[in-house]
Each structure stands twice: as C-alpha cells, then as structure tokens.
Design a protein around this ligand. Structure first.
Ligand code: PLP
Length: 443
C-alpha cells in the first residue's frame, strides 16, 4: 500500500493496521498500541541512483522514494543540510574497509539520524503548531546526539534517560552538559530499564497531555537517514575498486536499528553481499539466527567494554521480525564477541595499521575475521566494518588495549562545561513526576 507512490506505515501489533503517513509516524514515535511503525512496502532505488557522485546526492536518491510528492523537496533538503559532515570509506589491510560514521558533532554515528530527525521534527511541529516532549533512552551515544541535534528546536523538550554507571566518562560528560530545553536523568538500572520506562511512558494515558514521543530507534524516522550511508559506502567502494562489488558489511549491533537500516538498504537495491550482526556478549540475536533462541526470548543485559551495545532486549527485533520474518534481503550471520577478543582486535588494528578504533568498531572488525574463518565463501569478498564511534569517546578501554589515550578537540570544552542531571529510580511513577516537573518548569 502506498501514498502517492510513497509507503505508508502501520504498527507491528495493530490488527486493524491503521495506516499513517511518515510525518505522523515520526511525530508519534511509537504506535498507540505499543508496536513499532513499519512501512507496508519497501521502495526500490531509481535505476541510475549509483551515478550519484557526492554524499548529498546519495542522501537525496535514497530518501526521495520514501517520501510523498508533498514532502519530498523539504524533507530531503532537511536531510542534506543535517548531514554536513563527511562519511569516508577508509581502506585497511586484507581487503577490509572502515566506514567512518563518527565525524559528526558528538562523534558517533547516532548524529546521522539525530540531526536529520531534529529538522524533520521541527518542521512537523511547526506544521501542527504544538509543543512536545521527546524521550530518549540511551546506552551512551544516542542521548548526546539527540540532545545536540534537538537542543533549541522550538516547541521541543528533550528528556534523556541513561543507565547510571553504564556509560563511559566522556559519554556521561556529553550527556549531562547543560543545553536549552534538555534534561538528563541518571537511571538506577540498565539500558533495557531505560528503554522499558520510555515505552511505558509513551503509552501512559495519564501523561498524554505532555505529548510524549521518542527519538529512540523505535522511531522509524531514525532508520531512514541511516539507510543513506550504506548506499554511500557502496558508491565509494565501486569508485575505489573500479567495479561493482557486493561487500560483506559488519554492523556493530545493540538495539538492531543500524542493522534494520542496512537490510532496508539491501531491499531497496543497494548491492550488499551479506551482513554480519556483530554483537558483544549480549547475544540474543546471534542465538536467534543460529536457531538457539526463540523470537523475543531475550536475555538479561550484560555489561561489556562496548557499552553502547549493552542491550539485552533489542527493540528493533520486533520490527525486523515484522518486516522480513526470516526471509532476509541479504544473508545475515550473527556473531558474539567477548571483551577479551574485542580488546585483542583493538590492539591488533593499532599494532598492524597504526589506527585507533572504538571498542564497538573492534567488535565489528573481529566479527569479520570470525565469518571469514567460518565460511570460505566470504574470504574473497571485500568487507566493510561500520566505525560507529570515535575512539576518543572510550579512552580508558582504548588505553587498556593499546597503551594510547585518544583525544579529540570536540570533547575538550566538556571538562568544565555546566551540567544538568537528576538521579532517578528505574520506576515509572518517578519518571512521570520528573517529566511533569520538567514540563512545568519549561512551560
Ligand atoms: C548505538 C551504538 C551501536 C549499536 O547500534 P544499534 O542501532 O543500537 O544496533 C553501536 N556502536 C555505537 C558506538 C553506538 O553508539
């Protein structure tokens, strides 16, 4: 089903399947029945899309098929304006590449979607003439990307929930930095607790007056901007190699938003040979893929050195399941890498190539080795690991593996920046109270 050629969106759970437009789905975040919005069709890329020569041209080519004629010009212009930082493909030894997604303002790939959504949301609110509170649960990087992207958007309050003690010191400093219209809450619990609180608040009728929505990757608006860099990686690879190749793409995964975007890219027609779902010890999805876990039989959250992927119950699994069942548009292999092997991989890229990577990227690189070792068919295929964050966000872990402490100029001003943060129990009524207070203070 389509809306003037563009897909429409339904809930993963709604038996009546009431359809919404993309602006409505973005504004709501979660469907009213607690399900996630999924498109009823996946559009194909236009036939000559890969002739796009620049990153903004690729952004345009990828997003346009998702949009109605009414929205297409403004929404693609917003995205091109938001994605004003480079996403280079860096060659490594042994036919591997890194897609560097961390050159945005908060130094993680979350900037791609957060910056784009902030502009889309501002536009949707101006259209509707109303104020809203955006909730975001973060395992470390989403919170600061959303706070940075959304701060100062008229009509929006942003409440960021992060697991107290579950993020790196640098991530925490980014999260609690004082920004207009933004409040950070340190939750006494895990990321999964934060995510559960957000989902609960969104469907709580008592909080309806606050017009809650979410910028987590349960919001379909997060995923569409992320499709663009899979296409841009493909264009850069073809240019570097002088031929069209179907690479193996390793996606450091937690909540499975990034992988969902990658599979949507493949379904749109981006040439990708296969995906590696590269998880840390939080291995529900690799176990599911191997037939060792039933759908939705999630495990508890385990703390690891790749903390942004410490997700026991990945919320996008529900969307992946609804979109594809297990008929993936490209083969998906699940791998779980423990801390020792992640640190080993981090040390090896440093000693072999003189390059520092973040622990999540190290999980992605190690997972490529695993897949190539396990299946000869992948040995002759170029492999791309998504580099999801800058190593300077994780100086302690990087120092443990390499003896080097990476830094970045964008983080220096945070050392003595003013902060605003409240500690909160992992409890729905405590959050409700805090959100009411926030709304009352900000008007
Ligand atoms: C969020 C995050 C991930 C995991 O991405 P998902 O979309 O949640 O699977 C991986 N690496 C870093 C650095 C992140 O911030």
């Amino acid at each position: 089903m389509t809306l003037g050629g563009a897909p429409i969106y339904v809930s993963t759970r709604d038996p009546v399947r009431r359809a919404r437009s993309l602006p409505e789905a973005v504004r709501l975040g979660l469907a009213p029945d607690g399900g996630l919005f999924v498109p009823t069709t996946i559009p194909r890329l236009a036939p000559r899309w890969s002739e796009a020569e620049t990153w903004p041209e690729v952004v345009e080519a990828v997003l346009r098929p998702w949009l109605t004629a009414d929205d297409a010009d403004a929404w693609t212009r917003d995205a091109r304006g938001a994605l004003d930082f480079p996403v280079p493909l860096r060659p490594l030894a042994r036919d591997r590449y890194l897609l560097e997604l961390f050159h945005g303002p908060t130094l993680a790939f979350k900037d791609v979607a957060a910056r784009t959504m902030a502009r889309w949301w501002g536009r949707a609110l101006r259209g509707a003439g109303e104020a809203a509170t955006v909730l975001v649960a973060t395992s470390g990087d989403t919170g600061s990307a959303v706070a940075d992207g959304f701060a100062g958007v008229e009509g929006l309050r942003v409440a960021v929930l992060f697991p107290r003690g579950g993020v790196s010191d640098v991530q925490e400093r980014q999260l609690v930095a004082r920004r207009p219209g933004v409040r950070a809450y340190a939750i006494d619990g895990t990321f999964d607790d934060c995510q559960r609180l957000v989902k609960g608040a969104l469907v709580d009728p008592e909080l309806a007056a606050l017009r809650l929505s979410t910028a987590n990757s349960i919001n379909i608006g997060r995923l569409l901007p992320q499709i663009t860099y899979y296409a841009w990686a493909s264009v850069q690879l073809a240019r570097a190699r002088g031929e069209d190749l179907r690479p193996l793409v390793s996606v450091p995964s937690g909540n499975l938003g990034n992988l969902t975007a990658g599979l949507l890219a493949a379904a749109m027609g981006v040439p990708i040979g296969g995906f590696v779902a590269a998880h840390n010890a939080n291995d529900f999805f690799p176990r599911f893929l191997a037939g060792r876990a039933a759908p939705f039989a999630y495990g508890p959250t385990v703390a690891t050195v790749a903390n942004a992927m410490d997700v026991g119950a990945p919320s996008n699994f529900e969307r992946l399941h609804a979109l594809f069942g297990d008929a993936w548009p490209a083969p998906v292999t699940g791998v779980s890498i423990d801390d020792e092997d992640a640190l080993g991989a981090l040390g090896r890229v440093w000693s072999e190539e003189g390059l520092l990577v973040c622990p999540h990227t190290a999980v992605g690189l190690e997972a490529i080795e695993r897949v190539r070792a396990g299946d000869a068919a992948w040995r002759g295929v170029p492999a791309i690991a998504l580099a999801t964050a800058h190593p300077a966000k994780f100086p302690d872990v990087v120092a443990r593996a390499t003896g080097q402490r990476p830094t970045h100029g964008a983080l220096e001003h945070l050392v003595d920046a003013p902060t605003r943060v409240e500690a909160l129990a992992a409890d729905a009524s405590a959050l409700a109270l805090a959100l009411r207070r926030f709304a009352a203070d900000e008007g």
